[in-house]
Design a protein around this ligand. Structure first.
Ligand code: G3P
Ligand code: MG
Length: 248
């Protein structure tokens, strides 16, 4: 049901490094995390890059939309300075480069497809096609060596399913709604990814009994992690790599 690691580093290195950068992936790995979650968006020319926000201003200085900028120009943008002077010069990475790094270091990936508004289907399709190509050497049954897609966008995940049916999917729901099972069935998803803040033990039981894995974001204390694992949650991502060890 959930063949993947239990504790996953959120956005690479959680609070310890600038999110969605190669430095963040390195940071997670150095803290012993062999599993990572990160966000993938398309550039203007349709190249998958790591990025959370559709607009500049928080992790990358400036204003305007990420989707209006070419990949070559995104790659030249500083994504580390906002975090600390130690990370000045850390650039927006290409998804392909992050996959290469993770595969070299044996890090399992939860690839969150993060479309800019209006680009849902295209983002799902392109990320799925590139992922298929990047993992063409991995057998379909070798789950641990394949990434798991997730997205809040149902249509992005459906497009990913169509383009790369053998790459597994998890559906992200902030709050679990009544149609959760129908959605998971249509996606042929492996897991439900949800906000632990709204989750109840009954919901965990129901989703698990239906044969799906349950993944929670973003759990930042050992007490809460222990509680939801006791409920039967399979895995969670955390920002607090300093508080929750990878082998928790
Ligand atoms: O995939 C779990 C989590 O990352 C979802 O929310 O906004 O942190 O990408 P967000
Ligand atoms: Mg995310």
């Amino acid at each position: 049901m959930w063949p993947y690691p239990k504790v996953i580093a959120h956005r690479g290195g959680g609070t310890l490094a600038p999110e969605n950068t190669l430095a963040a992936m390195r940071c997670g790995w150095e803290h012993g995390f062999a599993a990572v979650e990160f966000d993938v968006m398309l550039s203007k020319d349709g190249v998958p890059v790591l990025m959370h926000d559709p607009e500049f201003g928080r992790t990358v200085a400036g204003s305007g939309r990420v989707a209006d900028i070419l990949a070559v120009d995104l790659q030249a943008m500083d994504a580390g300075k906002w975090f600390s002077a130690l990370f000045v010069g850390e650039h927006v990475p290409l998804y392909a480069d992050v996959v290469r790094f993770c595969r070299q270091h044996g890090i399992w990936m939860n690839v969150e497809i993060k479309p800019t508004p209006g680009a849902e289907k295209e983002t799902g399709r392109v990320v799925a096609e590139q992922t298929q190509a990047l993992f063409a050497d991995v057998a379909v049954v070798d789950a641990l060596h394949l990434p798991l897609f997730s997205s809040f966008s149902f249509s992005a995940l459906m497009a990913a399913k169509y383009a790369a049916p053998t790459i597994p999917r998890g559906f992200l729901m902030d709050k679990i709604t009544a149609d959760w099972k129908a959605r998971l069935q249509e996606l042929a998803a492996r897991a439900l990814h949800t906000n632990h803040k709204y989750l109840t033990p009954e919901q965990v039981r129901e989703v698990k009994n239906a044969g799906y894995g349950v993944f929670c974001y973003t759990v930042n204390s050992q007490e809460r992690a222990a509680e939801i694992l006791h409920w039967g949650v399979d895995a969670f991502c955390t920002d607090r790599l300093d508080l929750i060890p990878a082998d928790f």
